[in-house]
Design a protein around this ligand. Structure first.
Ligand SMILES: Nc1nc2c(ncn2[C@@H]2O[C@H](COP(=O)(O)OP(=O)(O)OP(=O)(O)O)[C@@H](O)[C@H]2O)c(=O)[nH]1
Ligand SMILES: [Mg+2]
Length: 225
């Protein structure tokens, strides 16, 4: 299969030790695929590595001057997408690149593919497990949709559907938040079709998590928007 109809959007902040392996997996495993790495001014050489893939349809969106944040980065990258569909995934190998094939296949027959964490292979501290469960429950209540993992950072969409929602409701998204998928799902039209695929959330390969208490507070605020 040729994947030139698809773009993978990867928000990054200091993923220099992971991004090369992810870009290898994408460019080798998915012929023709487009990639946009939206980097928020990493200081660890992430951008230098991404630039090495320029001939393999990998674009760098260097956001030094823009408002920083994971959600803001995905929104900006979505503006650059030139394909009918795009997929968002993390740059730290916690989202398995081999699942993209299934996401792409399903995108041909629905508007949104939610990749849901089936098992979490990371040994999360008890408090993080609890926070994750409670947050997922609250998100489901807010959305009134019984999605397995509305807070996933791994999803595929029809580009037009995402852009329509952002143009109407983008002001209500949380630019510095981590939950761009949740912000998006809140405003999709009722008849939008959503499919799910399941994956194991891997161990972060290298370097540390960037998630902070601030991001949890931003999520709580977003429940009321
Ligand atoms: N552009 C951009 N990317 C970010 C920002 N914060 C985090 N990221 C990236 O977003 C993805 C998810 O961040 P992580 O820190 O891995 O969050 P997480 O997966 O929920 O947490 P862990 O399980 O601990 O890794 C990674 O690719 C990060 O590099 C940011 O402010 N801007
Ligand atoms: Mg991670």
């Amino acid at each position: 299969m040729n994947y030139s109809d698809f773009t993978v959007v990867i928000p990054t902040l200091n993923e220099g030790r992971n991004i090369g392996r992810l870009l290898d997996a994408l460019t080798e495993g998915y012929p023709g695929i487009n990639v946009i790495v939206a980097d928020d001014g990493s200081s660890d050489g992430t951008q230098r590595i991404v630039k090495k893939y320029a001939l393999k349809k990998v674009k760098l969106l260097a956001r030094e001057k823009a408002v920083k944040g994971l959600t803001a980065s995905v929104i900006d990258a979505a503006r650059m997408v030139g394909t009918d569909y795009f997929i968002v995934m993390d740059g730290d190998m916690q989202h398995p690149p081999e699942k993209i094939a299934e996401v792409c296949r399903l995108l041909h027959s629905c508007d949104i593919v939610a990749a849901a964490r089936k098992r979490v292979l990371v040994r999360w501290a008890a408090h993080r497990r609890i926070v994750s469960r409670v947050a997922t429950g609250l998100a489901r209540l807010r959305l009134r949709r019984n999605l397995s993992d509305p807070l996933s950072g791994f999803f595929g969409v029809r580009t037009g559907v995402f852009r329509d929602v952002v143009s109407k409701y983008g002001r209500r998204f949380e630019p510095e938040g981590y939950k761009v998928f949740f912000d998006f799902l809140k405003y999709i039209p009722k008849d939008t079709s959503v499919s799910e695929v399941f994956y194991d959330f891997g161990v972060r390969e290298r370097d540390e998590s960037k998630i902070r208490l601030r991001h949890i507070l931003i999520f709580l605020r977003s429940l009321f928007k």
